[in-house]
Design a protein around this ligand. Sequence first.
Ligand code: N01
Length: 498
Amino acid sequence: MGVTENQRIDTAVTGNLKQPRVIIVGTGLSGVVMGMRLMQAGIRDVTVFEKSHRIGGTWNYNDYPGLRCDVPSHYYQYSFEPSGSWSHRFCGGPEIRQYFEDMAKKYALFQRIQFNKEVTNAEYHDGVWTVETADGVNTTADFLIAACGILVRPKYPDILGLYTFAGKTVHSARWDHSLDLNGKRVAVIGNGSTGVQMIKPMSDVCAKVVSFQRTPQWIIPVPNRKYSELERAMASKVPGVSTFFYNTYRFLMEQMMGRGIIKDGWSRKMVGKICQWNLNTVKDPVLRQKLTPNYVAMCKRLVMSSEFYPAIQKENVELVTDGIDHVEPAGIVDKTGKLHELDIIALATGFHANEYMLPMTMTGENGMTLADVWKDGPRGYRTVALPGFPNFFMVMGPHSPVGNFSLASIAETQSEYIMNFIKLWQRGKFKAIVPTELATERFNREMKDNMHSTVWVTGCASWYLDKNGVPGSWPWTATKFRHDLQDPRLDEYRMITA
Ligand code: N01
């Protein structure tokens, strides 16, 4: 059923508006943009809970050597807040984190953030959410918005003897900055986007770097470069330059990678060919063979790097593909029985993906719990809402388009969508609103029906897949995502008015 004119939500601000109390959980790029939208709308009773001591979400927790965003910075920003000051095409983690903090300060969101406050439980009753933090304090609100991220909880591998290692063991998402890598023998376990980024900077300073690869990755080259002073001045001062870059990179990423992810065709083939060409730059045929994946490019999240292949061919870098047998105090023993003596083990082994606001507990209408609704895994209504949980929304919730896209752009679309409901509430249209079970079911069914043509189901293991091997990511174009979230469909919601 399409959206008719009179089903469209008129969010024009008229007359006296009610002031909602809003709680946001998380200050990653999702929580920050949600808060900025609320500030723009003149909504001031906003409380943001952040379990860490500073803003940034993934850009706060991840601070390992070589950390860069592999989405161009001019596209990894909010479209309505273009920055001209990006130092590189692909900026490092600290610069990106700073952008989000600057945004929170600019929009007077920063002073509404309560740091070191982990939300443990949230309960809905009669139009009000009561949110409990780990310190036992309860806060109430009319709207609760979870912006808790996707890749949050580090995954520690189950390797025999790992904790007997006499040197230092560190996970990429909990990097220990007191570690001195200079002249050390370092192992990197895992070669996803994170592990690949670490190899080059480590190879520059370490005596030895050993990359333990379980499954080869397709890697697309993304030459990085520093912007000149002139370029930065132009992007800062000439109106439209930064926005032009934003639109150009968005077009390239959505049309090239985005299309190839969801459907076979020229773009999937082209990405595959570029990756193969990149792989062919590895001179040693034996090494090249070890680095060759046996699945289609983009089946796993595409790794983007121009530095990895040159680095893995360096004298002081070794690729081990024999598998890890166990760890002992002196180092890692591979499956051939060879001991790799080490000082440091870096775990680039990823995350328990797709847990969203878990382990936080939630109770919605009629005692329905999050555990009930998610008994078969996380699901939601159009990535932003949950049946049974009125006035509750998610930014970057289940099924969001997360494959090689700019999550800043995705979060922006979702936050604008959510604002529609808050503005309606301000005008007294309802006390609470909740998507119907029927609409949620229909959305999930349509999604599953479209999964068969995505690249994620072409035969590889990845964090896109749930425990049953089913992908949970948006199986359509980014254009459809923006279109579907442009006009909220009230016919798919139930309004609670009394
Ligand atoms: O994690 P991953 P990641 N023994 O899950 C291996 C985003 N990101 O941190 O492939 C040995 O992709 C595992 O092997 P296999 C991005 O979305 C973005 O690298 O399962 N190895 C794999 O090689 C990315 O997709 C940026 O066989 C083990 C690796 O560990 C997501 O974060 C930068 C193992 C895990 O790869 C996650 O990337 C960095 C074991 N027991 C990351 N267990 C940007 O620039 C796991 N592995 C935006």
